[in-house]
Design a protein around this ligand. Structure first.
Ligand SMILES: [Zn+2]
Length: 449
C-alpha cells in the first residue's frame, strides 16, 4: 500500500536563522544548504531576500548551487518584496516564491493597520504578481491560528484562485493545541473551494512545546507539507523539529502511515553541523539528536540493553546517524573510518584535504589513546586555519566554539575525555563501520603525500 508522501520544507536558514544567536553568514548558509540537500529535504527556504543584502546573496548562491530541492525565498505581500525574492531565485532549478501576510484581527489592527477587505485584496494581488513570475507560489496567512476561521477560509480561497500552489497555515505564536490545529486543517479542506488542488502545509512554533504534536495533527488531517528546522531552532521557543517529526512518523508508522524522503543517517550529522556553525549547542536531552538521546546509564537499563536493545530502545542510534559508541577512533584507525567520523561531525572532505587531516590525526593518536570528537574538531580547525587560502575547508570550521582541549597540549595527560557540546552520544569519537583489517588501509595513508 502506498503511503502518502509528506514534503519536508526546511526553514532552518530563514525562520531558524531568526532565533537569537543563530545568524549565519553566506558561506555557512551555503554549507548547511548542501547538507540539507544530502539529508533529502524537499524544499529549502534559503532566506528573506529583501531583508538584507546578505540574505539576498545567500538565496542567490544556494539557488545556483543546490539543484535538487525546491529553493524558496520569502516575501511580504507587496510588489517590491516579491520582485526581490524572484530576482534572488533567478538561478534556481526549482524556485518558489513564498508570500506571507498576517490575517488575524490583532495583527491587522495593531501591526498592519488595515481592514480585512484590504488584507484580502493585498494577499490576492501579491499572489497574482508572484504567479506572473513563478509557477510555484506558496502563501502563508500569518497568525492563521488566531484568525477568524471564516475570514481565513475566505483568504485561502482567494489566494488559491490567484494561483497559489501551496497554502501554509502558520501557528505563528505557538498558541494552538493538537486537536484544534487538526480541526482547523479539516475545516479548510471542507469549506474552501479549490483546496484539493493545492498542498496544505503546517508551520508550528514551539511556545507551548507542542510544535511537533501540532504538525503531526495537521498531517493526520490532510496537510502534506511540514515546515520545520534542524534542532527545532527558530523564533522564540523555536519551530517544529525536523528530526522529531521525521522519526515520529518513521518509528510510529502504525499510527502515522506517511513517508518522507529524509535519509535518517544524515539527521545527526545535520544537527551537529548546525550546532557547530551557530555555536548553539543541542540540549543534551533533545530527542533524536541530543547527546543523551541514546545514552543508558541506569543499571537496570544497561542490563536490559545488553540482553536485548529493544528493551529500552525504540530506534537504533544508527538509524538517525548517531555513531556506534562501541567503536573508538585511535591510531590504528584507517582513513575510511576517519572520513566517516568527520562526515558524522558535519565535515565532508575531498581526498587531498582528508590526507592532511589524517596526517595530523595519526600524530595526535600516537599521543593520546582515544581521539574524542572535541579533539577531532580542533584538529579540523587547526588544519583549516593553517590553510591560508581559506578555500579547502568550510570557513565555519575556523570559528569553532569549543575550548582548546588536550589535543593541543602535547605534555598533558590527555587520556581523559573532553566531551564537546557536539560530541556523540558516548562523548567519544567513534565510527559506525566495522573495523576489518587496519593494515589493508595502510597504502591509502600515503596518498598525496
Ligand atoms: Zn515561523
Amino acid at each position: 500500500m502506498d503511503r502518502p508522501r509528506i514534503a519536508i520544507f526546511d526553514t532552518t536558514l530563514r525562520d531558524g536563522e531568526q532565533s537569537p544567536g543563530c545568524s549565519m553568514n553566506v558561506q555557512e548558509k551555503l554549507r548547511l544548504a548542501q547538507q540539507l540537500d544530502r539529508l533529502g529535504v524537499d524544499a529549502i527556504e534559503a532566506g528573506f531576500p529583501i531583508a538584507s543584502d546578505g540574505d539576498f546573496e545567500a538565496v542567490q548562491r544556494i539557488a545556483a548551487s543546490v539543484r535538487r530541492p525546491i529553493i524558496a525565498g520569502l516575501a511580504r505581500a507587496c510588489t517590491g518584496d516579491v520582485d526581490r525574492a524572484w530576482q534572488a531565485l533567478q538561478g534556481a532549478a526549482h524556485p518558489r516564491i513564498h508570500v506571507f501576510l498576517a490575517t488575524s484581527d490583532i495583527h491587522l489592527k495593531y501591526k498592519l493597520r488595515i481592514s480585512r477587505e484590504k488584507c484580502l485584496e493585498r494577499a490576492r494581488e501579491a499572489v497574482r504578481h508572484a504567479k506572473s513570475l513563478c509557477a510555484d507560489v506558496e502563501f502563508s496567512p500569518e497568525d492563521a491560528t488566531r484568525t477568524d476561521v471564516a475570514f481565513l477560509c475566505q483568504v485561502v480561497e482567494a489566494v488559491i484562485a490567484a494561483g497559489a500552489t501551496t497554502v501554509n497555515i502558520p501557528d505563528t505564536v505557538g498558541y494552538t493545541m493538537p486537536e484544534e490545529y487538526g480541526q482547523l486543517i479539516g475545516t479548510l479542506r471542507e469549506k474552501v473551494a479549490g483546496i484539493d488542488t493545492v498542498t496544505i502545509s503546517t508551520h508550528c512554533h514551539n511556545d507551548l512545546g507542542l510544535a511537533v504534536a501540532n504538525s503531526l495533527a495537521g498531517v493526520q488531517h490532510g496537510a502534506r507539507q511540514v515546515e520545520c528546522t534542524i534542532n527545532g531552532i527558530g523564533e522564540r521557543a523555536g519551530n517544529a523539529s525536523l528530526e522529531e517529526i521525521v522519526m515520529a512518523m518513521r518509528v510510529r508508522g502504525d499510527r502515522y502511515p506517511y513517508e518522507t524522503a529524509v535519509a535518517g543517517e544524515h539527521l545527526y550529522p545535520s544537527s551537529q553541523m548546525l550546532a557547530e556553525i551557530t555555536r548553539v549547542p543541542v540540549q543534551p536531552n533533545k530527542a533524536i539528536t541530543g547527546r543523551n538521546a541514546f545514552a543508558h546509564e541506569a543499571g537496570i537499563h544497561q542490563d536490559g540493553m545488553l540482553k536485548n536493545p529493544l528493551t529500552y530502545e525504540i530506534m537504533t542510534p544508527q538509524s538517525v546517524g548517531v555513531p556506534d559508541s562501541r567503536l573508538v577512533l585511535g591510531k590504528h584507525s584507517g582513513r575510511h573510518a576517519l572520513a566517516l567520523r568527520c562526515e558524522q561531525l558535519g565535515h565532508q572532505f575531498e581526498r587531498r584535504e582528508l590526507d592532511e587531516v589524517y596526517r595530523k590525526f595519526i600524530v595526535l593518536a600516537d599521543r593520546i589513546k582515544k581521539v574524542q570528537d572535541s579533539h577531532l574538531l580542533e584538529l579540523i580547525q587547526d588544519v583549516s586555519s593553517s590553510d591560508a587560502a581559506g578555500k579547502k575547508f568550510p570557513p565555519a570550521a575556523a570559528t569553532l566554539p569549543f575550548p582548546r582541549a588536550a589535543a593541543a597540549g602535547a605534555n598533558s595527560n590527555s587520556n581523559d575525555s573532553h566531551p564537546a557540546h557536539v560530541s556523540g552520544s558516548a562523548g567519544q569519537a567513534t565510527v559506525s563501520i566495522p573495523f576489518t583489517d587496519h593494515h589493508s588501509e595502510q597504502e591509502d595513508y600515503l596518498w598525496g603525500v
